[in-house]
Design a protein around this ligand. Structure first.
Ligand code: SF4
Length: 492
């Protein structure tokens, strides 16, 4: 799911302008070709175009449709001839063999602006692939919205253009509609639905994905309007939005496209690996989101600073609708992550790993309870009970190389009184809830070493800053070494 999200974000944030420009150019050329009249002037330009190809032995603008065929619409738009003139002349002059022998691209006249590592992500977009790329872009938007809001797939597909207005202040909010229970004052069903009571909070990439979709569909239409999204690939739409089955198929296509692009760009680490759990589907986004938020606060899902607030933002948005939404999933995944942390800590401590920090003794005590929960299948109620037990709430924080043994009344990451969980992305080094093991200390030294290495290649002011950070990390590691304790079972 990580590489899938990376590619989806890349499409939305880096490639969308190119793809939308290509789709618009393709649309413009198709409209021109559609209306070109068969005139002697158009025919003369067509002949000149073909003469140049044969004289210079250029590749022939073609499309692949089981075999290479002339890109009639593209040629008509470029020459001013009618499509009938193009097809007629090519047939009369027997160009089929040349096209098979020297098939060529149909690059659209747009400037590629998307970059990966400062290099264009491709040289051009072809007339024949613009529609497919637009389909992948819409799929990427679905992935971003589903993944980063925690909406149910059906709720994403039910969103409309205009659902996420610019706020006067505060975060962007997404207003969805309910359809099943939408009735007017006379009890008649409203096919456009009625506004859902509680909006979702949208972080920046989600807002961008919605803005992209709003440029694809007409004003006020469903963001995944079936007619529009099928028309882009020459298919026929049905009323309403794309279906879940269609979306599942499109996600699989997108996965294949992303992996192919990673291969072409020589980025083997970004190929989306085959999933041992089968096709990605649409329902897995919410659970995966919960998994990541619980385990990697400010980390992988973060990808950028703004995701640091995701748990608060998303569960806050859901909380007002009762506890049957993603809040339950978050609790369950957070409790599971806590049990994993306790189990690992227990194993480490019993094998002689040392621990330090103001909360070290509380962490040791919590670890002794780990075996109680191992292998337990957690319900939302059990998860909430576990998370409410402040003797057990130990969170690993890989980003800051420490463990948070959470106690609300001593937490420094909250300024607003007692909160049920820590803000690991705002961890403060002086907090009384911190504990570190030998593993964290080793990580600190490695991180310091990496900073020192980077500093040796940088100009002075930047290098000084990195060296200062490295010194702080070394100091944390030394303090751990000086103060570490081991549990009685393993003390010699
Ligand atoms: S400041 Fe850090 S250690 Fe303290 S409660 Fe917050 S996250 Fe935990």
């Amino acid at each position: 799911m990580g590489p899938l999200l990376i590619w989806a974000l890349r499409m939305v944030e880096d490639f969308a302008e190119d793809i939308l420009a290509a789709a618009a150019e393709r649309h413009r050329m198709s409209a021109i070709a559609e209306t070109n009249a068969a005139t002697p002037a158009g025919l003369a330009k067509l002949r000149a175009f073909l003469n140049r190809i044969v004289t210079e032995q250029q590749p022939f603008p073609s499309i692949w449709n089981g075999e290479h065929r002339a890109a009639t619409t593209y040629i008509a738009a470029r020459t001013g001839a009618s499509r009938q003139q193009v097809g007629g002349l090519l047939g009369r002059e027997g160009w089929a063999a040349y096209i098979r022998r020297r098939p060529g691209p149909c690059p659209l006249d747009i400037t590629i602006t998307g970059r990966i590592d400062n290099r264009p992500w491709r040289q051009a977009i072809d007339f024949g692939e613009a529609a497919t790329l637009l389909r992948h872009l819409a799929t990427a938007c679905f992935v971003v919205v589903a993944y980063l809001t925690g909406m149910r797939p059906g709720e994403v597909l039910g969103l409309r253009s205009g659902c996420c207005p610019e706020p006067d202040n505060g975060p962007h909010l997404i207003y969805g509609n309910v359809y099943k229970t939408a009735l007017d004052e006379h009890g008649n069903h409203l096919s456009h639905g009625t506004p859902r009571e509680a909006p979702w909070v949208a972080i920046a990439p989600v807002t961008r994905a919605i803005r992209v979709l709003e440029r694809i569909v007409p004003d006020g239409a469903l963001l995944f309007d079936s007619t529009t999204h099928n028309a882009t690939i020459g298919g026929r739409g049905r009323q309403g939005s794309l279906g879940l089955k269609t979306m599942r198929g499109r996600i699989e296509d997108f996965v294949a496209f992303a992996s192919h692009t990673a291969t072409v760009l020589d980025r083997p680490g970004e190929i989306i690996p085959a999933d041992p759990h089968g096709a990605v589907g649409t329902a897995r986004f919410r659970r995966t989101l919960a998994w990541h938020i619980a385990r990697r606060p400010g980390g992988l899902v973060a990808l950028a600073i703004q995701y640091g607030h995701l748990r608060t933002a998303i569960s806050g948005g859901y909380a007002s609708r009762g506890r049957d939404g993603i809040d339950d999933l978050l609790d369950v995944e957070t409790a599971r992550a806590t049990i994993e942390t306790l189990t690992t800590l227990h194993e480490d401590l019993t094998s002689g790993v040392g621990i330090s920090g103001p909360a070290a003794r509380r962490a040791v005590h919590a670890a002794t309870r780990a075996a109680t929960f191992t292998g337990q299948i957690i319900t939302a109620k059990q998860a909430r009970d576990l998370l409410a037990n402040h003797h057990l709430t130990v969170y690993d924080n890989p980003n800051t190389l420490l463990m948070c043994v959470y106690k609300a009344d001593t937490a420094l990451c909250h300024h607003t009184g007692h909160q049920p969980s820590p803000r690991l992305d705002h961890c403060m080094p002086a907090c009384a809830n911190i504990a570190r093991t030998d593993n964290h200390a080793r990580g600190l030294r490695e991180a310091a070493h990496q900073l020192e290495q980077r500093a040796s290649h940088l100009p002075t002011p930047l290098a000084e800053r990195l060296r200062l950070n490295a010194t702080k990390l070394h100091a944390h590691a030394k303090r751990h070494h000086d103060q570490r304790i081991t549990t009685p079972e393993t003390t010699p």
